[in-house]
Design a binder for this molecule. Sequence first.
Ligand SMILES: Cc1ncc(COP(=O)(O)O)c(C=O)c1O
Length: 370
Amino acid sequence: VPVRAQARVNLAAVERNCARLREIAGTELCAVVKADAYGHGAAPVARAALAGGAHWLAVAAAQEAADLRAAGIEARVLVMGAVSEQELPRALEAGADVVAWRAAFVELLAAAGLPVRVHVKLDTGMGRLGTRDMSEAFRVADLVESSPSLDLIGAMTHFATADELGDAFFGEQLERFAPFADDLRERGALAHAANSAATLRSPEARFDLVRCGIAVYGMDPFQEDPAPHGLEPALELWSYVAEVKRVRAGESAGYGRRFVADRETNLAVLPIGYGDGVRRALTNNADVLVGGRRYPLVGTVSMDNVTIDVGPDPEVEVGRRAVLIGRDGDERILAEEWARRLGTINYEITCGFTPRVPRVYHRDSVEAAR
Ligand SMILES: Cc1ncc(COP(=O)(O)O)c(C=O)c1O
């Protein structure tokens, strides 16, 4: 039965990607499942990641940790983002690990009177969260250690340019982090710094734990083909052919007549649009697979529909599956291809699928329960 739009998520691919990342890293794996697992669905992906050998999960917000608990997930969850005083009870109720870089925040944690697991963050050059001041980072770590209800669990940092191969700044950040990591490791803490790109490119960056997001989903942090890393895209975006119509030369399709046929041809209408996350900038700038062949998306992407030019001799019939992202026969369209066309990164592509698109879970094409 055709479905107007669906994001099909292969949980077996998530599992294999996690196993692969563990093999590459040789450390513990923390699967980053923030932003609803980069649009894939946090709880099902988290379970698959844990089944694939991840021991940790990470999110950005306290609420995301609470949502994982509500779904019955008991694994370690690290809230990597800033947690306001207002959000703190939510993180603590979830039993989440939190990140600290200011003494005042540690005092707040201590005042909660609950056992809290704390990671201290040094800003080695990302220029976002964490303290840039090494002595401040040590002071915060000391304060955590001296607070009876708090546990010093980790020393962390985050790279700004791990995905830019050949960039010297990456090495500089690594050098800045090393003495802090060494010191806290001696006190029994885990050091962690690597996102997916750092995990793939740099053995020195892996420390005790790697925090991988994009690679868990089988996308390439370097915006190329994930396959050479042994990673498989977990998500496919499908629609179907809801209508086929013959147009003559000079006839147009869609808002603003941005496509005018220069010959007699057939247009197939797919009931998916920017209201689903097919960005409007893909107007006249994408391909779609039907029956294992690539056809150009023509005309303006509208909120609920797109049109593709399927040529004069239609094998493309109403009801056929249309693959906007994914594999069909020997052809493949990666999220990286959309990202290149849109001048963005694959992260933003899958995060951009809207709630109107049902996420359908399967394991290598066998339907899976959430
Ligand atoms: C602090 C931190 N660590 C790790 C990650 C995972 O990054 P990636 O998806 O590139 O593996 C993120 C996500 O942006 C992050 O903010």
